[in-house]
Design a protein around this ligand. Structure first.
Ligand SMILES: [Ca+2]
Ligand SMILES: [Ca+2]
Length: 264
């Protein structure tokens, strides 16, 4: 393994405050420059055949408060940098996963809300946009994880994927998890390589939806009640309508009040 073995606890760093998002125009990034990709990311690389990087997952965390978001958000795409993607097949699957992040009783809780598998052609120093479809609840923060699939399992060897970074700075730390290199949890780059000045290039796009629009359809109707009841039954953090850390009858009352409103 080519990374060091400094394990780190997952943490959510507070970035600089960004301008409030306009309705229908959510853009989340911690990259000070989100359109330029340079060489130099941090990754764990297997040094035995088949050479591969499938054990890496690159992470960014977005606290809604840092972006002035107070409403649910429908997430529509993720654009990220690619330093290098190479595979003998000429392409490889890359998995973009979205998680809502909630704190319940002081513990962080991560729930997967979306996943897109995109086949990425061989390329270097480029930007890729992947469509996603997920609704981030009004109380939740967002985590985005990008990882190459284990293409070696399909009989290919030598597949490499390195996410794109640059040296222009960031407003929250870039993170990597790589279990085989001793970092099972998302670990800030600076804890892996001291003095690293590398910012993962990533921007998440979406649009705000009105409170109560649980399914993000743009209107309030019966399906939002179904959506909410699913979350309520599953004790999903997104069902904590009154944001008091407990999911109970008062959240049902809270949600009924939202449903009685409108999206106009
Ligand atoms: Ca709806
Ligand atoms: Ca509650």
């Amino acid at each position: 393994m080519k990374t060091s073995n400094i394990a780190g606890r997952m943490s959510i760093a507070i970035g600089l405050a960004a301008a409030p998002a306009l309705a229908g125009d959510v853009r989340l990034t911690h990259s000070k420059v989100d359109t330029k990709v340079e060489y130099g990311t941090i990754a764990g690389i297997s040094d035995v055949e088949p050479i591969t990087t499938h054990d890496n997952t690159w992470w960014r965390f977005f606290r809604r408060a840092d972006f002035g978001l107070t409403q649910p958000v429908r997430l529509t795409s993720v654009r990220f940098g690619v330093e290098q993607a190479s595979s003998t097949a000429g392409y490889q699957p890359v998995v973009v996963s979205l998680f809502q992040v909630d704190s319940a009783y002081g513990d962080l809780q991560m729930t997967k809300i979306g996943e897109t598998v995109e086949f990425i052609a061989n390329q270097t120093l480029s930007l890729v946009t992947v469509p996603v479809d997920a609704v981030l609840g009004a109380q939740s923060d967002l985590a985005v994880a990008i990882a190459p699939a284990d293409f070696g399992m399909l009989g290919y060897t030598g597949d490499l994927f390195f996410i794109g970074t640059n040296s222009y700075g960031e407003t929250a730390p870039s993170m990597l998890s790589c279990p085989s290199a001793g970092n099972p949890e998302p670990t800030p780059y600076k804890n892996i390589v001291e003095g690293a000045n590398l910012a993962i290039v990533m921007t998440v796009y979406g649009e705000t939806v009105c409170p109560g629009d649980c399914d993000g359809s743009g209107t309030l109707d019966f399906f939002d009640l179904v959506c909410f009841m699913d979350a309520f039954t599953a004790q999903d953090p997104s069902a904590d309508c009154d944001d008091n850390g407990v999911i109970d009858m008062f959240d049902l009352i809270c949600f009924q009040e939202l449903l009685a409103g409108s999206c106009d």
